[in-house]
Design a protein around this ligand. Structure first.
Ligand code: GLP
Length: 243
């Protein structure tokens, strides 16, 4: 695990973008695993900037998003589909159809939709680099504490902690926060060839400490990535403050 404590958001964006720029230089058809939340925003900003200056093209690439809320249509301001369009996809040259987000309508049941998403990832040749954020309770994607460490893409309920953390995006109103999601499982995430974890802010410090110094445990789902052979962790000083 390569851990870097950065002194600014810009540095995090730039270090992350270096990895992704190298990936697309080596393999123009690369599959990028995307994440939402505030953590990857500086990275997306930098990727868009590098695309605009001509150093980075996604024209042959594909994106697979980690997770999505259930019951939130694509056009909803808080859908992860829309987040990705607004923060990166609408500003780069990703081909039409290149953005994949788990979609509850991909099957007659949520289980079928989840299995269809895993199949799509396989057909695309797997994820080359997966961007990850971390929840304050140690979740990655929406894999909440207590879940299986080897799960595939699945639907599930969001923990109260995660719904509280995300209420800020829904007018601070817990009632409006969706209760369910479809998420890549920890087993799916671990199959990506490279992982890029970004964590910023004091409220991530405990989860980051467990991620880096704790034992691997379903209690802190992100700890599973200790078993991955190619992980880069980018932190700010606040997120690294308990190390
Ligand atoms: C959500 C997402 C996660 C994300 C986490 C942290 O719950 N499903 O993928 O990593 O929030 O978000 P933030 O970066 O805003 O703290």
């Amino acid at each position: 695990m390569l851990i870097h404590v950065a002194s600014s958001e810009e540095e995090i964006g730039s270090l992350g973008a270096d990895l992704i720029e190298k990936l697309y230089a080596d393999k123009p058809t690369a599959v990028l695993g995307t994440a939402t939340g505030s953590s990857p925003v500086p990275l997306y900003r930098e990727l868009v900037a590098r695309h605009q200056t001509g150093t980075l093209s996604f024209a042959k690439g594909q994106f697979f998003q980690l997770d999505e809320y259930v019951g939130v249509p694509r056009e909803h301001p808080q859908s992860y589909w829309r987040f990705l369009c607004e923060n990166i996809v609408d500003h780069i040259d990703l081909p039409k159809g290149g953005l994949n987000v788990p979609d509850e309508r991909d099957g007659n049941t949520l289980d079928e939709a989840a299995a269809a998403y895993d199949a799509r990832i396989r057909e695309a040749g797997g994820v080359d680099l997966q961007i990850l954020g971390i929840g304050s309770d140690g979740h990655i994607g929406f894999n909440e504490p207590g879940g299986s460490l080897s799960s595939r893409t699945h639907s599930g309920a969001l923990s109260r902690q995660t719904r509280q953390d995300n209420a800020r995006f829904f007018d601070g109103d817990l009632e409006q926060v969706p209760t369910h999601c479809i998420t890549q499982g920890l087993g799916t995430i671990m199959e990506a060839r490279q992982l890029l974890m970004i964590a910023t802010g004091e409220n991530k410090a405990e989860a980051v400490k467990e991620l880096i110094e704790g034992g691997v445990s379903a209690r802190w789902p992100a700890t599973i990535i200790q078993f991955h052979p190619a992980v880069t962790v980018l932190l700010d000083e606040a997120a690294a403050s308990q190390l």
